[in-house]
Design a protein around this ligand. Structure first.
Ligand code: ADP
Ligand code: MG
Length: 616
């Protein structure tokens, strides 16, 4: 028999889609607070949010009459018609969150609009209103969610340990705090304040507070018209994407398009791992579709290629600069920041402990936290403690919280970071030659920095670009060699010579089939020495054997690998050769890394040197 589900069952099913875990409830509540124009948001959880979640804001509040309406499915103040769906500027728009959360928990909402004399306290159990009364309270809204999934045992089983659930929530709030640096965020876990931001709009300060190791290694500012934020230098990568935060119109998203754009921006300079990046992307609301995922974490760009190219350009402007040259003798950011950013994923219960310690250390060290608004913070701690009373619903403890003492944010906080300036591009003309060490490294001095070039990496880069140009552009006329030489290849490579011989000829080889798996070379590309040409051709044939064929896509890889064979190790360069190499490198499209992604040079600032001598 087909039956229409009664609304309570239907609600619980629908709730499961939006609210999977405690973190999804927190996300929805925090987004509501942001949409309500809050200048301050306090998030408190206990037992990973399973037993208790509280989100308190100082936003616009809800009137007595509308308090219940907010809990109806598809009740929203944010859109009214289908055309609005193409122009979503708020974080919420489905009108489902409060209905969903209340269906699977015991929920208390205390809220007051500034213009109302008194507020309202509404209690719902499993979606049914249990009580509604007028109450005195601060302007704004507090939502307390207790015993999440108490009436859906199956869902409850899918929750992870308290520590894991807590970590996901903490991570989420960190991310929102970075994105909305104009809003004060405070995170309390099991009665302990983990961090609190000051809401002054300084994104970099929030990053230093919450992701200290990221910030310490220096983040390169990205500043294009539609893409702003920070990225790490190519040498400071992490082994996961945990250090990548993307916000599109203030919405935290995961997006393969953005990831690709970011990667493209580094132009092959990432040797291993993933760069860290915090990117704020502005898109016309009509150019994105946010309505493709119930949790709204994914969005679709209607002009994917434009977005990717725009991000790549913005990132490469930031990275292809002096500041983007990897620092020498600085530890990779991996170890420290990984712990910070990974709070959501790792290990057992310990994780939480470690992360708390890290956070507190960050708090102590941060000057932005130390001086400003100490009074305000104290008041908040007091507030936090008041709300610690476990049966808040009975005490109306929320209503007893002192008024927030910090200055109200004048305009609604927007997810746009402070303007940052992209440093000037790197200029080889500023360098002077200072020496040559270990028959491998070239020392150059800039204004305030010393650069150490790896001659092999540099050489490979120069070659690579020449070959790629040779391959892509018109044919080179070969330079004849006095004594022709032969190259032996394996059977399979020999049998497919039709596919690749043409490429080598186009690069400038005069080369033909000599029978019996052998080719004879009578001329070489004019831009190579005999030994380089020989090394390259042999390397090419070997690489072909390994890749089992050739097409436009693998040609790039083939050239990359064969360059290595062309560049001989332990070549002692004369000063003239060094000068030539430098000027060749300067002409490259990407002088910063070898084709394999290793840096061609690193930098050490005079400051780093002075510090090492304890002068600073
Ligand atoms: P949505 O956010 O998609 O509109 P919700 O179920 O999350 O749907 O919220 C329903 C409505 O309740 C919102 O449109 C808003 O008008 C109101 N609301 C929810 N949370 C708050 C809050 N913290 N402050 C003010 N109004 C709120
Ligand atoms: Mg909402």
């Amino acid at each position: 028999m087909i039956k229409v589900l009664d609304s309570f069952v239907a609600d619980k099913i629908a709730a499961g889609e939006v609210i999977e875990r405690p973190v999804s409830a927190v996300k929805e509540l925090v987004e509501n607070s942001i949409d309500a124009g809050a200048g301050s948001i306090i998030v408190e959880i206990r037992k990973g949010g399973k037993s208790y979640i509280r989100v308190t804001d100082d936003g616009c509040g809800i009137s007595f009459d509308e308090a219940e309406t907010a809990f109806l499915r598809h009740a929203t103040s944010k859109i009214s018609g289908i055309t609005d769906l193409d122009n979503i500027v708020s974080l919420g728009f489905r009108g489902e969150a409060l209905a969903s959360i209340s269906a699977v928990s015991r929920l208390t909402m205390v809220t007051r609009r500034a213009e109302d004399m008194s507020g309202v306290k509404l209690v719902l159990h499993g979606g049914r209103v249990v009580s509604k009364e007028r109450t005195g309270c601060n302007t704004g809204t507090t939502v307390i969610v207790e015993d999440l999934f108490y009436n859906t045992p199956a869902r409850r089983k899918f929750m992870k340990t308290d520590a894991r659930e807590a970590s996901s929530i903490i991570e989420l709030i960190q991310q929102y705090a970075v994105c909305y640096s104009g809003i004060r965020f405070m995170m309390i876990n099991n009665g302990m304040t983990l961090f609190s931001t000051n809401g002054d709009g300084d994104t970099h300060a929030v990053l230093s507070l919450l992701y200290p190791s990221l910030a310490r290694n220096g983040l390169l500012p990205v500043s294009n018209e539609h893409v702003k934020g920070y990225v790490s230098d190519p040498g400071s990568t992490m082994s996961t994407r945990k250090g990548q935060l993307f916000f599109v119109n203030g919405r935290l998203v995961s997006s393969a398009v953005i990831e690709k754009g970011l990667e493209d921006g580094y132009q092959g300079r990432i040797f291993s791992g993933f760069p860290a990046a915090v990117l704020f992307i502005e898109a016309e609301p009509c150019d994105i579709d946010v309505n493709i995922h119930p949790g709204k974490q994914e969005i679709r760009f209607l002009k994917q290629d434009d977005v990717k190219a725009g991000i790549a350009e913005a990132v490469s402007n930031a990275v292809m600069t002096g500041a983007g040259v990897p620092k020498g003798f600085v530890k990779n950011i991996e170890s420290a920041s990984e712990k910070q950013l990974n709070v959501g994923v790792q290990q057992k219960e310990e994780t939480e402990q470690t992360s708390i310690r890290e956070f507190l250390k960050g708090l102590e060290n941060s000057s932005s936290y130390g001086e400003r608004d100490i009074r305000g913070d104290r008041d908040e701690y007091a507030a936090a403690e008041t709300a610690e009373v476990s049966d808040v619903t009975e005490h109306t403890a929320v209503a007893e919280e002192p008024e927030f003492s910090y200055a109200p944010v004048s305009s609604p906080a927007k997810a746009v970071p402070e303007p940052v300036q992209t440093p000037a591009p790197f200029d080889f003309d500023d360098l002077t030659y200072k020496g040559y060490i270990f028959n491998t490294y070239i020392i150059m001095q800039g204004n305030d920095e010393v650069y150490i070039f790896d001659q092999h990496a540099a050489h490979e880069r120069v070659f690579y670009e020449k070959f790629m140009r040779g391959y892509n552009n018109s044919a080179h006329s070969p330079q004849p060699v006095l004594t022709a030489f032969t190259i032996n290849v394996s059977n399979d490579v020999y049998s497919m010579s039709g596919e690749w011989l043409g490429d080598l000829i186009r690069m400038g080889y005069d080369m033909e089939d000599f029978g019996d798996c052998t080719f004879i070379v009578r001329g070489i590309p004019p831009y190579m020495s005999l030994s380089e040409a020989e090394g390259f051709a042999r390397g090419y044939a070997e690489a072909l054997g390994e890749t089992g064929g050739v097409n436009r896509i693998v040609v790039d890889k083939l050239i990359t690998r064969s360059c290595k064979s062309a560049v001989k190790a332990h070549d002692v360069l004369s000063e003239q050769e060094i000068t030539d190499l430098m000027s060749e490198l300067a002409k490259c499209d990407n002088p910063y890394s070898c084709p394999h992604g290793r840096p061609t040079f690193i930098r050490i600032s005079s400051y780093d040197i002075e510090r090492s001598f304890r002068r600073k």
